[in-house]
Design a binder for this molecule. Structure first.
Ligand code: PGA
Length: 244
């Protein structure tokens, strides 16, 4: 059985005042029936760590462990700060920073070498969906962004770009189609490990739509942006996942 995961991505939001959100989440869910992960900005990783059962992750890492890369953060540095996970290949990084599948795979290898669990993101643009390219795009991203050495702990997040921060959500049939496809692709490539990998849906998940999304087969949880910033918004999503 795959343990479900409620993951939050704070993106470039949050200052020291927001550390209280992690503390309050841990207090509100002292022994959750699902895993809970928050990925705050890098400046807050160390301060947010240590509030079990809430795990802490980074939002990106460099493919190298150290060196002359001004402004970058390595996987061993995230681990040293208390992170256990790292989001990689989010569409905002693919678009804003030109990240390719190859680079994302190299970062995932670096993460695994530092014993961080990679949360590898994929997702189609609106044009790609309207042209009927969705499964081709997702298949290529999975093939290129997940390294061969991945084990069953690796997490994949399906985040249609047009659903991120827009309030637009794919139909449950569209989510099911992509998640079933991803499962088949991962099992074909990784065998039993591909069946262990957790598949998150992300893109405008809110307390109001979480339960129906979590009822879709092969949806093992969510990667939540805006609705992970406040306990009042994220806590009901955790509860909905526990009930699913
Ligand atoms: P959103 O972001 O929940 O604000 O749509 C999701 C994400 O980008 O991870």
């Amino acid at each position: 059985m795959r343990r479900k995961l409620a993951a939050g991505n704070w993106k470039m939001n949050g200052t020291k005042a927001n550390i209280a959100v992690i503390r309050d989440l841990a207090q509100a869910h002292p022994s959750p029936m699902v895993d809970v992960l928050i990925c705050p900005p890098a400046t807050l990783v160390a301060a947010c760590a240590g509030h079990a059962p809430v795990a802490i992750g980074g939002q990106d890492c460099h493919a190298a462990a150290k060196g002359a890369h001004t402004g970058d953060i390595s996987a061993p540095m995230l681990a040293d700060a208390g992170a256990t996970h790292v989001i990689l290949g989010h569409s905002e990084r693919r678009v804003d920073h030109g990240e390719t599948d190859e680079l994302v795979a190299a970062k995932a290898e670096a993460a695994m070498a530092a014993r961080l669990v990679p949360v590898v993101c994929c997702g189609e643009s609106l044009d790609e969906r309207e042209e009927g390219m969705t499964l081709d795009v997702i298949g290529a991203q999975l093939a290129g962004s997940i390294p061969n050495g991945a084990d069953g702990s690796l997490i994949v997040a399906y985040e249609p770009i047009w659903a991120i921060g827009t309030g637009k959500v794919p139909t449950l049939e569209q989510i099911a189609e992509v998640h079933d496809f991803m499962r088949r692709v991962l099992v074909d490539r990784f065998g039993a490990a591909g069946d262990e990998m957790r598949l998150l849906y992300g893109g405008s998940v809110k307390s109001g739509n979480a339960a129906e999304i979590f009822a879709v087969g092969n949806v093992d949880g969510a990667l939540v942006g805006g609705a992970s910033l406040q306990v009042a918004d994220f806590s009901p999503i955790i509860t909905a996942l526990e009930a699913s």
